[in-house]
Design a protein around this ligand. Structure first.
Ligand code: ZN
Ligand code: ZN
Ligand code: ZN
Length: 430
């Protein structure tokens, strides 16, 4: 059975996270989005772990479900077409590891997965000796990532540690500001326990395929959602019976059960390209190299982005594609397409009404974006949207990449010269 898996979200106990991120809403929006297995997030937080134990119960081996009474209450207010699908939870957390190693300050985020409450308790007990777990759903610990890996593996061999959003400049494995240059540098003799990395919003599989050291690892994409509407903005497609063990085995083996990932356009990230916001200079890595990293307008060093950092560690040229690789599907969230069509910067009341109508008539968001026939979307009264989704599915989108803190812009209809300059028409469904 093919299903969608999102392994990284945050609860209302994490800083900067919406108060509506409780288990009922995560369940509800997993159905609206079309996610079959969703992370609980934040199991290191004592209050959140209490809620998890109170509101969830064991379902299939190692996965959990919302207790019947609570689930029924949510289902009652959901349209028939989406309420019938089941939603399962997987126990997960994220740690912010800040420590010094090799004479440098390192800042790394790591996602961990666990199969049962007993294992979570063991991990939490250990971690609470190291730092404060109550102040943030994503705790900041002065703990070496390698030691965190040791703690999780020792607590239960079925746990998994996944380096999170590995390219973001400040808090990641390969981050240009305080990361490492290789997995071995970070995890040393325990590196063989790392089976997967998370691309993060700012990178896609194409970028990660360029590194030899990632060739034998599984590429995962998760939403890192801080609010219900952001759930599933990136996700994984697996084909197996959804149980905890099957999910772990699939990630470890990267075999045919791992179908691929659903991706955000990495150019949408605010540090994709290099440049200067003030000088209105946007450069590709090649242009930055040609100018020796210096802005031609103000003669100061350019702010280099994620793509440049990938180039520093890469063994292959950009756009390299292994002979055999997993499926890569790019999506634009439905609310963003609706906002573009309506000429709005952010989804307001009208966009939300259309969104609700769409999932009530056509089913969950992933089905609408990926599967529902274009004709059916037209028949539902969304002619223009149908055209937009058709273009998105064919990869005919217009990309204005982000740089120096400016978000990139992805549009299905509007063209502009910058998009052409950056070859925004590449085939996105290979
Ligand atoms: Zn993070
Ligand atoms: Zn996170
Ligand atoms: Zn400048």
């Amino acid at each position: 059975m093919e299903f969608i898996l999102d392994l990284h979200v945050h609860s209302k106990y994490s800083r900067g996270t919406s108060h509506s991120m409780d288990l009922e809403n995560i369940y509800r929006f997993a159905k609206i989005k079309g996610i079959q297995v969703i992370a609980t997030g934040d199991f290191t937080h004592p209050a959140w772990f209490n809620e998890i134990r109170k509101k969830l119960e064991p379902a299939e081996d190692g996965l959990f479900k919302l207790k019947n009474k609570l689930a029924k209450k949510q289902d009652k207010t959901l349209p028939a077409i989406i309420k019938k699908k089941s939603v399962r939870f997987i126990l997960s957390a994220e740690i912010s590891n800040i420590y010094s190693k090799g004479g440098k300050v390192r800042k790394m985020h790591n996602v961990i997965l666990a199969p049962d409450f007993k294992t979570v308790s063991k991990i939490n007990n250990k971690l609470s000796e190291i730092g404060n777990l109550t102040s943030d759903g994503r705790p900041i610990l002065g703990l070496d990532s390698k030691k965190l890996l040791k703690i999780t593996v020792n607590s239960n061999p079925l746990t998994m540690l996944i380096p999170a959003h590995i390219w973001t400049p400040w808090f990641s494995l390969f981050g240009s500001k305080s990361g490492f240059n290789s997995i071995e540098e970070a995890f040393e003799e325990l590196s063989s326990n790392i089976y997967a990395i998370e691309t993060g919003l700012s990178s896609d599989p194409f970028m990660n395929w360029r590194l030899d050291q990632l060739k034998n690892l599984t590429i995962l994409s998760n939403s890192d959602a801080h609010s219900p509407l952001k759930m599933g903005r990136e996700a994984n497609i697996l084909n197996c019976k959804p149980t905890y063990k099957n999910i772990i085995k699939t990630i470890q083996s990267n075999d045919k059960r791992m179908i691929g990932t659903i991706e955000f356009f990495p150019q949408e990230g605010k540090y994709h390209c290099d440049g200067h916001r003030k000088c209105n200079v946007v450069f590709t890595s090649e242009q930055t190299k040609k100018h020796k990293g210096i802005c031609p307008k103000c003669n100061k060093p350019l702010v280099v982005g994620v793509n440049y950092r990938v180039g520093e560690l890469a063994d292959e040229k950009s756009n390299y594609k292994p002979k055999q690789h997993k499926k890569v599907e790019y999506i634009i969230p439905l609310l963003e397409i609706l906002s573009e069509l309506g000429g709005f910067k952010k989804p307001g009341k009208k966009v939300m009404r259309d969104y609700e109508k769409l999932y009530s008539v056509l089913g969950d968001e992933f089905s609408i974006l990926r599967k529902v026939p274009i004709e059916k979307i037209k028949e539902a009264g969304f002619e223009k949207l149908a055209g937009g989704i058709e273009r998105m599915r064919k990869g005919q989108v217009h990309i204005t990449p982000g740089f120096d803190g400016v978000f990139g812009i992805i549009k299905v209809f509007e063209n502009n010269t910058q998009a052409q300059k950056y070859g925004g028409q590449k085939n996105l469904f290979e």
